[in-house]
Design a protein around this ligand. Structure first.
Ligand SMILES: Nc1ncnc2c1ncn2[C@@H]1O[C@H](COP(=O)(O)OP(=O)(O)OP(=O)(O)O)[C@@H](O)[C@H]1O
Ligand SMILES: [Mg+2]
Length: 308
């Protein structure tokens, strides 16, 4: 079981009335990774997380945590899971430390866990303040401290950086990286913001309308290269020439061509074909695609029924 994924789902399906919120979801979250679970609003992220935490029952399909089938009868598997779903439920009139201590006592954990969680989340200096006076970022960090109390092997976080400013988001990323690196925790992190997971996740799953449209290492997602941008003196002629050579070309309004050319060799071949055809190549570059662009492409392909 040691190599089993931290999370695996098969055919996971959940409906709300006649609406299918999740359709045959097949997640595979390798151990020790930071997995970014991305999708637009209403895609099914929270529903997935609620199913993973046993807060909802699936209509079909199964969930495995570290290779063990997770069912209502096997809720004990959740002892190894820490979770933060949307905003944490905190007692505003109690201090940060008191909030942690209350949960620690309910879970029957050693008292030292409170200080460790405060330290990890950088809340030591504010632990004596009542939570009512906490900023959003501090509340989220306290939520993480609560999830971290039992030293779980798996952390499931639903939009933890929602509403944080850029500095707060950066802090979160650093915190998650530290957790994954120093404590070998698997982090399953949902977000609708690509920028939030782009720099922290090593694996990624993209969900749209309840269906997975991409899953794999983040490098593979970037592997589908953006087109080559070619600036030439006579774009129309150049496009004609390249098309005759079998290249897929789109002419844009700025006298540039966008050419589907996957590899570096393809780029060299495009250049040679143009030069041999008497076209002056002024610029040839590959526009760096953001994950946002990729995401929109994946979602558009999935909406059009295309396979990924
Ligand atoms: N309790 C519920 N009753 C009815 N419909 C629900 C319920 N929970 C979720 N849904 C529906 O299921 C779909 C998926 O919702 P979900 O909350 O999982 O999306 P999400 O990806 O978390 O979105 P967001 O980014 O807005 O948090 C939506 O169409 C939503 O309206
Ligand atoms: Mg949600």
């Amino acid at each position: 079981m040691t190599d089993s994924p931290a999370i695996e789902t098969r055919e996971l399906t959940r409906r709300f009335g006649s609406r299918t919120a999740l359709q045959s979801l097949a997640l595979c979250v390798p151990q020790g990774c930071i997995y970014g679970f991305l999708g637009p609003n209403g895609a099914g992220k929270t529903t997935t997380i609620r199913l993973l935490l046993g807060l909802l029952r699936p209509h079909q399909g199964s969930i495995f945590l570290y290779g063990e089938p997770f069912t209502w009868e096997r809720r004990d598997l959740l002892r190894d899971v820490g979770a933060l779903v949307e905003t944490p439920s905190l007692y505003p009139h109690l201090t940060g430390r008191e909030n942690l201590d209350l949960t620690r006592r309910i879970l029957g954990l050693p008292i030292a866990r409170v200080a460790e969680s405060l330290e990890l989340t950088g809340l030591c200096a504010d632990a004596g303040r009542v939570v009512r006076t906490y900023s959003l970022g501090m509340r989220q960090r306290l939520g993480l401290a609560l999830a971290w109390l039992g030293k779980p092997r798996l952390l499931i976080l639903d939009e933890p950086a929602n509403g944080l400013d850029p500095a707060g988001t950066r802090e979160w990323r650093a915190l998650l990286r530290q957790l994954a690196k120093e404590h070998q925790v698997t982090v399953f992190l949902s977000s609708h913001l690509l920028s939030e997971v782009e720099h922290v996740a090593d694996h990624i799953g993209v969900i749209n309308r309840g269906q997975l449209v991409f899953q794999g290492e983040i490098g593979n997602l970037r592997g589908c290269q953006p087109p080559l941008i070619v600036r030439v003196d006579r774009p129309h002629e150049a496009a004609h020439l390249l098309r005759a050579g079998g290249w897929r070309v789109v002419e844009d309004s700025n006298h540039a061509l966008s050419v589907q050319a996957a590899s570096e060799t393809d780029a060299a071949l495009v250049n040679r074909a143009l030069v041999m055809g008497g076209i002056h190549v002024c610029e040839l570059c590959r526009q760096e695609d953001t994950l946002e662009d990729l995401f929109l492409r994946l979602v558009a392909q999935a909406d059009a029924g295309g396979a990924i």
